[in-house]
Design a protein around this ligand. Structure first.
Ligand code: 3Y8
Ligand code: NAP
Length: 243
């Protein structure tokens, strides 16, 4: 009896959930609970952490999960690491549904940095108008560079005061588009974009907008993940499920 745990929170996970529902397979879509109102899904949903590797192992057993699909965001490194450990310990097959990273092309002015602290360090120097498009969880790291004029794009309105004295907030949930991001960056007078190399289509608009506007991008590279079976698309995952 196939019972799938789909670790979600991305565009790819949403496409995967549709394929699971269409195939009439039993599956659970799992959100971390980062946002106030996560999108509905065509399969059963659960929201919230599992409680580390041990909590995930207990969940896999209690729910008689037969397959785990990790379709989380490339920067959700802790979840992906826990999934590898828990599935290995429980002897449950795991596959990761990944999207290729973006690569710089003609007209791109990227500075690739290893991680968030390196992006903060790269912002030393004269004050700038910065589009900080990395979400909410790592804004605090940029408090050590308070002089910049930040534009923040968040999924939910911030609660409490922001750690940046000069920050303008836009509350918006992707996927985003090129005209919208060009207009947003022009209105803000953006001089540099800070982005995670998420890959995929949902967050790429700001990268294309930076290229069109001739702006530099501080591109944060993906965290390293433990080795695991990887698929680049939904059909490959469906083939693995039916394998
Ligand atoms: C809760 C689920 C879909 C899936 C939408 C994708 C695309 C739009 C673009 C910018 C960059 C950012 C952020 C972003 C994008 C998709 C996808 C993607 C980037 C939702 C969602 C959840 C989250 C969590 C949220 C993080 C934040 C990151 C905003 C739902 C809408 C910056 C990543 O407030 C918070 O705590 C937000 C946290 C993790 C990164 C961060 O560190 O703050 N995503 N995003 C998931 C959960 O609870 O498990 O609410 O419906 C999903 C999506 N966000 O087609 O519907 O697939 O990547 N998400 C980044 O890529 O840099 C925005 O502004 O240009
Ligand atoms: P993370 O740092 O890798 O995970 C931290 C903890 O959050 C995990 O150990 C786990 O808690 C819980 N968690 C994460 N994803 C979960 C999921 N899908 N279901 C249940 N619990 C989950 O994760 P993150 O970077 O905060 O990402 C959280 C969610 O947002 C994921 O669904 C991810 O796909 C989505 N997302 C993230 C980004 C990003 O930039 N990071 C971008 C777009 C979407 P326990 O240890 O208690 O199990």
């Amino acid at each position: 009896m196939t019972r799938i745990l789909l670790l979600g929170g991305t565009t790819e996970a949403n496409l995967m959930a549709e394929a699971i529902a269409k195939a009439g397979l039993a599956g659970v879509y799992s959100y971390a609970g980062r946002t106030e109102a996560p999108m509905g899904q065509p399969i059963h949903m659960r929201v919230g952490g599992f409680g580390g590797v041990e909590g995930l192992r207990a969940y896999l057993g209690a729910e008689s999960i037969s397959h785990v699909i990790d379709a989380t965001h490339p920067f959700a490194a802790q979840m992906s690491t826990n999934a590898v450990a828990a599935c290995k310990a429980e002897g449950i097959p795991l596959i990761a549904l990944e999207r290729a990273p973006w690569t710089p092309g003609e007209g791109d002015r990227w500075t690739q940095v290893a991680d968030i602290p390196a992006a903060v360090a790269a912002l030393a120097g004269p004050e700038k108008r910065v589009f900080l498009a990395i979400g909410r969880q790592h804004i605090d790291a940029f408090a050590s560079q308070p002089k910049h004029d930040y534009l923040l794009r968040l999924v939910d309105a911030p609660t409490g005061t922001l750690p940046l004295p000069r920050a303008k907030v836009v509350v918006a949930r992707g996927p985003f588009d090129l005209p919208g991001d060009m207009a947003l960056m022009r209105a803000h007078g953006t001089e540099v974009v800070v982005a995670k190399n998420a890959g995929g289509k949902g967050a790429v608009a700001k990268i294309a907008a930076a290229r069109a506007l001739g702006l530099p991008v501080l591109m944060i590279e993906r965290p390293l993940l433990p080795p695991r079976l990887v698929a680049q698309g939904v059909p490959a995952v469906m083939a693995w499920l039916n394998g």
